[in-house]
Ligand binder design. Structure first.
Ligand SMILES: NC(=O)c1ccc[n+]([C@@H]2O[C@H](COP(=O)([O-])OP(=O)(O)OC[C@H]3O[C@@H](n4cnc5c(N)ncnc54)[C@H](OP(=O)(O)O)[C@@H]3O)[C@@H](O)[C@H]2O)c1
Length: 317
């Protein structure tokens, strides 16, 4: 038994920031967000043909899923795809914490099924992966993937699902110009060789690679991302300037080029969208052409920045 092939979009839309309260400076991202603003984001994404939304229970402990469900209810369910996650660290104590967490996500998102359901991290691959099988059989979950797993953990998950006639249908890891551990560890080659789509998260390093933030204009004070990135913004200037200059020659901006780089590397970037005009950037990103020299130059500048942007929840690959 196998489920249908996943329809992989060119770009997916991330909603971690939607789990914040929406007040400036508050929460993980500290961006000002309003429901009408997010509805405008969704309308533009819908019009531009970007159907896939990524969320997780732990983004604001249900808040991101609830807000996303509210915003998407103006569209037919067949017009969009939902991607959400089981987070082992937030599991309850029932007989089947995965089924329970999924049920709560379905209720918050106002849907009967999830297009792409992930194990958020490899807390215990042998324990949690088998719980996906009944969910696939029931149709509540159409496709499954694993996130933050290293190569041997991916292979183990694939073996467990394979014994039941299913397989890992997508990988989701941190992958940006500044953080290429999945490439170095052979995970991207594995995906290519096995026809598994690789979803890249934090391609813009939570805003630090957009060129919009600098030591003079840092990330919102009080937010978690400010603590991670504000101290390295000066070192990123040569790279963000180069992203901007490549963009300028094609009528695009620095974040569009960073996104285009991830597409050129064979990934589906998941970009955190907080403002309607960011959707225009994604449209531009899908038509940017990067030469081999552009890519080599960007990667050399990224290496020269000499920063480590590994998230606190991530381990070495
Ligand atoms: N599986 C996992 O463990 C995991 C971990 C992290 C993320 N993710 C997923 O991946 C998604 C993406 O990661 P992320 O949201 O953390 O960070 P990201 O995509 O690297 O950066 C998002 C931030 O960049 C800024 N931005 C986005 N587009 C822009 C544009 N065109 N121009 C200027 N600024 C722009 C926005 O900041 P401002 O609001 O300040 O403008 C936005 O909040 C998440 O939302 C989530 O769905 C998964």
């Amino acid at each position: 038994m196998t489920s249908d092939k996943l329809k992989t979009p060119t770009v997916a839309l991330g909603t971690w920031a939607w789990g914040d309260s929406g007040e400036t400076g508050d929460g993980y991202f500290g961006s000002p967000l309003t429901q009408p603003g997010l509805e405008e984001v969704a309308d533009k994404a819908h019009a531009a043909g970007f159907p896939m939304w990524d969320t997780a229970v732990v983004y604001g402990m249900g808040r991101s899923e609830t807000v996303l469900g509210e915003v998407l209810k103006r569209y037919a369910r067949s017009d969009y795809q939902l991607s959400t996650k089981f987070t082992p660290q937030a599991a309850g104590a029932s007989d089947d914490p995965v089924a329970d967490m999924l049920q709560q996500s379905l209720a918050r998102l106002g849907t009967g099924y999830i297009d792409l359901y992930w194990i958020h991290n490899p807390a215990d691959v042998a324990r949690w992966t088998p719980h996906l099988i009944p969910l696939l059989k029931s149709g509540k979950v159409r496709h499954v993937g694993v996130s933050n797993h290293n190569l041997s953990e991916i292979e183990l998950a694939n073996q467990i699902l394979g014994e039941a006639g299913f397989r890992v249908q997508a990988i989701q890891n941190h992958y940006s110009l500044l953080y290429r551990s999945s490439e170095d560890a052979g995970i991207m080659d594995y995906c290519r060789n096995h026809g598994i789509p690789f979803f890249a998260y934090m391609v813009l390093e939570q805003g630090a690679l957009t060129g919009k933030y600098s030591p003079e204009n840092p990330l919102p004070e009080g937010s978690s991302r400010a603590k991670t990135y504000n101290g390295m913004l000066a070192q990123l200037k040569a790279l963000t300037d180069k992203l901007a200059s490549i963009g300028q020659s094609q009528g695009a901006a620095a974040p569009d080029v960073a996104t285009a780089w991830a597409i050129a590397k064979g990934t589906t970037p998941i970009i955190g969208v907080t403002k309607p005009n960011y959707i225009d950037g994604l449209v531009r990103a899908t038509s940017i052409t990067l030469t081999g020299d552009d890519i080599a130059e960007l990667e050399a500048l990224a290496d020269a920045a000499n920063v480590n942007t590994r998230g606190w929840w991530e381990k070495e690959m």
